[in-house]
Design a protein around this ligand. Structure first.
Ligand SMILES: Nc1ncnc2c1ncn2[C@@H]1O[C@H](COP(=O)(O)OP(=O)(O)O)[C@@H](O)[C@H]1O
Ligand SMILES: [Mg+2]
Length: 357
């Protein structure tokens, strides 16, 4: 699975750009504010349907233009190819796969599995559970195929139950959703547990290569309390839910905490080590996806050299090159590019113009 062609139109600083990436390593260099992160963001739009930047997709339309388009051709392992498109104008965002107008985000995510390491990757360790759940569920989605239909059912039933809670309906009208919630939650939870078991089995190997012998611990919190299952937890928290006006427990509140040895990872490891640890987790996910589904996700690594010394850069570069998938990495200067990444394509950006080096 890799991107064979990428075209941008009126996307941030790019009036237009058209590249044919290498199926393995693609290195993008350029000064600050030249458009490196923007290129990765465009690819990310294709595989996720949204930006990783904090602001929504609207500001991604080039100043003075009325719409952006990003188009990507994806070669899939069986020899076929797909064309993905994301466009945004003032009315909204549109997705297309092979010209189909009823394409949704899930179609993009399924067609172009991609994973991103950005300079803020440490927020996976530092911030609330949302990012970690996101990280976890991306992997679960691609590997455990029972997950997504159950998750969608869960979300639907949750919405109904929350609506009943918010509009102060009777308890009977609230708990009518519980059976469906429990059925879906059990599948979601079992899928997550199965995935985490695999992650756990593979993570130490990956993290040892990058971090040394520090044992990495993953702690899964399923999102509800008590030993008697989700149904009992829902029943026990009904009065609290009524007071709060929403469902407080469930797989929508799950978390995956990461720690090294006994201290929580965020408490004592340096920024550089946090970056290495989270990158190790992402690389493990990528390996797992290949082992389980023979899919190699596209990796986007922004400003790889930031916060990392030469030795870490080299080790990480070897791991990335060893994965064998397609990867896009950005660097401020060519001198920061580790040797292991020099065999692929080199691109250089300058004020929204892109040329192959
Ligand atoms: N909507 C937009 N229209 C035009 N230019 C934009 C828009 N959004 C961002 N930019 C500009 O795009 C440039 C590239 O940003 P970025 O990709 O973050 O650079 P880099 O990662 O190389 O430091 C910046 O100069 C920024 O001001
Ligand atoms: Mg940048």
């Amino acid at each position: 699975m890799h991107l064979t062609r990428l075209r941008l139109h009126d996307f941030r600083c790019f009036a237009s750009a058209d590249i044919e990436p290498d199926p393995s390593i693609n290195v993008i260099t350029g000064d600050n504010a030249s458009g490196k992160t923007t290129l990765l963001e465009a690819i990310y739009f294709l595989g996720r349907g949204q930006s990783f930047r904090q602001s929504g997709p609207r500001p991604a339309i080039r100043a003075g233009a009325s719409a952006f388009t990003v188009t990507g051709d994806i070669a899939v392992p069986d020899g076929r190819s797909h064309r993905l498109g994301v466009s945004r104008d003032k009315r909204g965002i549109k997705y297309r796969r092979d010209g189909e107008s009823n394409t949704n985000r899930i179609d993009l995510i399924s067609t172009l599995p991609l994973q991103m390491v950005d300079p803020n990757v440490h927020r996976l360790l530092e911030q609330g559970p949302r990012y970690r759940r996101h990280f976890l569920d991306w992997g679960v989605f691609h590997v455990e195929h029972a997950f997504f239909p159950a998750w969608r059912r869960f979300r639907r039933a949750l919405k109904q139950r929350n609506r009943a809670l918010k509009s102060r309906m009777s308890k009977a009208d609230i708990v009518v959703w519980d059976a469906e919630l429990v059925r879906a939650a059990e599948i979601v939870d079992a899928s997550r547990r199965a995935y985490i078991d695999h992650l756990y089995a593979n993570l130490p190997d990956q993290s040892a290569k990058l971090l040394g012998d520090e044992p990495v611990v993953l702690e899964y919190d399923c999102g509800w309390r008590g030993e008697d299952g989700y149904g009992a937890a829902l029943a026990a928290s009904l009065d609290q839910d009524v007071r709060a006006g929403f469902t407080q427990q469930g797989p929508h509140r799950a978390d995956l905490r990461v720690s090294i040895a006994t201290a929580a990872a965020r408490d004592w490891v340096s920024r550089g080590q946090q970056k290495i640890l989270t990158t190790a987790m992402l690389l493990t996910q990528a390996r797992l996806l290949y082992a389980r589904r023979q899919v190699r996700p596209v990796l986007l690594i922004d400003d790889m050299a930031a916060e990392l010394g030469a030795r870490y850069r080299q080790v990480l570069a070897e791991e990335i090159a060893g994965l064998g998938g397609q990867c896009f990495l950005t660097f401020l200067e060519p001198s920061l590019v580790p040797d292991a990444l020099k065999d692929g394509a080199m691109f250089h950006v300058e004020h929204g113009t892109l040329r192959r080096g």
